[in-house]
Ligand binder design. Sequence first.
Ligand code: MET
Ligand SMILES: [Zn+2]
Length: 337
Amino acid sequence: MGLEGVEPSSFMADFLAGCGGYAVVDGGLATELERHGQDLNDPLWSAKCLISFPQLVRRVHLDYLEAGANVIIGASYQATIQGFEAKGLSIEEAETLIKRSVEIACEAREIYLQRCAKGYWDFLDSPKIDRHPVLVAASVGSYGAYLADGSEYSGNYGASVTLETLKEFHRRRLQILANSGADLIAFETIPNKLEAQAYVELLKEENIDIPAWFSFSSTDGTNVVSGDPITECAKIADSCSQVVAVGINCTPPRLIHGLILSIRKVTNKPVIIYPNSGETYNGETKQWEKTRGETEEDFVSYVGKWRDAGACLFGGCCRTTPNTIRAISRALFDKSS
Ligand code: MET
Ligand SMILES: [Zn+2]
């Protein structure tokens, strides 16, 4: 799609209008791959399946589209050149796999749209299914996600990691993803201000010509995981004309309402939210722990509140499934439920 001749702000406004005012984002990708039997306890996490089981990645994207997603996020969250090299792959192979993550999502969209065109879904009860637009977002996970040592959830990289370190780490993958056929870049689970700043500078320096969203994560409802205030992080996103949505992902549902209100104090850009299930990830044991996890119904009962607070794009992150996305879609669009 790209941005040639299109103002970033109208890109998102047009898309949201085409979706009926609000857009549905997909749910947890890694979660679904695991539910289908994949062991992702690996530094590459979901990106491991780009090597071992790409058909399953495509199937999961398709499941989310069938559940009502207007945006599917590719499997590049933890796909990095450095990570693939550590597995013995060449730089060329690593770059091909990163690009492949977007191609797989585009293939799923193609299959889905063909099925819609054939009227395959006529019997389904979703009135918007034959006309909902679909965007493919290329995922960029944080430097901490690559380290796979839990620092993705602390945002604490230590003093030796500077703005330049982060820019150099992200530069090449971002170039590849920007030229992969994706409609936009999803900077996800951003843990601190420094990394948001690095992304803003890279978007400019590399003349990236597709839009982006910035999505932060929080464990206290006021700050992102590093302790940097969400308002300061959202201001950095607001300063970049290429950013078409700002929001929160992989954060417990109960914290989302307050975070939407804080973000809206500092930006008029559309707000995107895709919370996790409310369980907590233990970086040491690499397990999700049910502290006060919400049920699917609890999660969905929040959707109206989040919409009233001003969010426009809604999905799920870790531990959410196509059922969560189907329920979100119904809550947003089906007046009878
Ligand atoms: C830790 S957040 C992960 C986000 C990514 N889009 C996924 O669902 O796998
Ligand atoms: Zn997540």
